[in-house]
Ligand binder design. Structure first.
Ligand code: HEC
Length: 301
């Protein structure tokens, strides 16, 4: 074995540079694979956190309008026997506010809906019909916050049941006894005969919900782009570095070693890499060559 002189150069089947390249490519794939779910969950969290914040603001604003009507306006109007609906019913006030709000913020949602409405505009959307059924089936549900679609738009919605009490009967009871301003405006066919303590409608508030998937797609593309750019740079740098400071010198040493083994003792091994492992290897080889040369010369004499 030791005497065998290789006739051809060494066959490199798994070169160092390929190993480095493979490692970088695997690392790239891993980073991309990990980044997608991270982007998905952070985006989702962010979208819902933002929507929840806006929603609670809007819910409180709507509640405040109702409270304002109930405590500051209604008592005076009732004493004066004035049945101006928006001043008596918080629900009506909300319905009116919603109309103005819709003009300013068309992508938000405020609505008092009923399947027995005075105003046909307040007829429930499919989602509101579902909620009505739910609220009627389980009277313990005081409110629901969920994502849903209304007229093709996605919202985070907060809905609660609208429950009738004796006071509602002034306008929503017997249509023959309802105040004239109500019957003249809305007619006498729909919106009446409420039964006290029954769920008559829903009051819903919604804030627009950005489509998480679209956002994840956009962010994912940007992230993959940036990761690819960074890895291309790393790939390029490592490639150049490995070629220049590892493979080059090693090839030089290998060649010199081959020549040495064939008996060429004159080929000097010079690798300019003082202090590095490869530089040391080259120096040791050079020492070996010189000692060998010296020994051969001694032997000849
Ligand atoms: C002073 C009269 C009046 C009283 C009292 C009143 N409402 Fe109404 N309500 C109306 C009018 C008028 C509308 C229609 C508003 C519109 O045009 O959007 C309405 C609308 C509604 C709607 C939306 C669906 C629809 O009918 O158009 C609901 C739900 C509702 N009221 C529930 C109630 C409940 C519950 C009470 C009692 C807690 C109540 N209302 C008390 C006058 C009244």
């Amino acid at each position: 074995m030791a005497n065998e002189t290789p006739s051809t150069g060494p066959v490199i089947t798994n070169s160092l540079i390929n190993r480095f390249r493979k490692s970088i490519i695997w690392l790239y794939v891993a980073v991309v694979a990990i980044s997608i779910p991270i982007i998905y969950f952070t985006t989702r969290y962010q979208v819902y956190a933002e929507a929840n914040k806006e929603l609670s603001l809007l819910v409180d604003m709507v509640a405040s309008v109702r409270e304002y009507v109930a405590s500051d306006i209604r008592p005076g109007l009732l004493r004066a026997n004035m049945f101006e609906s928006p001043g008596i019913s918080g629900t009506v006030a909300i319905s009116m506010v919603a109309n103005h709000f819709k003009e300013k913020r068309p992508d938000y949602y405020i609505k008092a809906a009923s399947d027995n409405p005075l105003n046909p505009r307040n007829s429930p959307e499919p989602l509101e019909t579902e909620l009505l059924t739910k609220f009627r089936a389980n009277r313990d549900i005081k409110g629901v916050t969920e994502a849903g679609e209304i007229k093709g738009n996605r919202f985070l919605l907060s809905s609660r049941p609208s429950v009738a009490n004796q006071e509602c009967m002034i306008c929503h009871g017997d249509p023959q006894k309802a105040p004239l301003p109500v019957t003249s405006k809305y007619g006498v066919t729909s919106g009446y005969n409420y039964r006290p303590d029954s769920v008559v409608g829903t009051i819903g508030v919604g804030v627009p919900l950005t489509d998480v998937n679209t956002l994840v797609m956009q962010r994912g593309l940007v992230a993959v782009g940036v990761i690819t750019l960074i890895f291309s740079l790393i790939f390029f740098i490592i490639n150049t570095l490995v070629k220049k400071s590892i493979l080059g010198p090693i090839t030089a040493i290998t060649e010199a070693a081959m020549l040495l083994s064939k008996g060429d003792l004159e080929h000097e091994i010079s690798v300019k890499q003082d202090g590095s492992e490869i530089g040391e290897l080259a120096n040791s080889f050079e020492l070996l060559r010189r000692s060998l040369k010296w020994a051969m010369e001694q032997a000849k004499e």
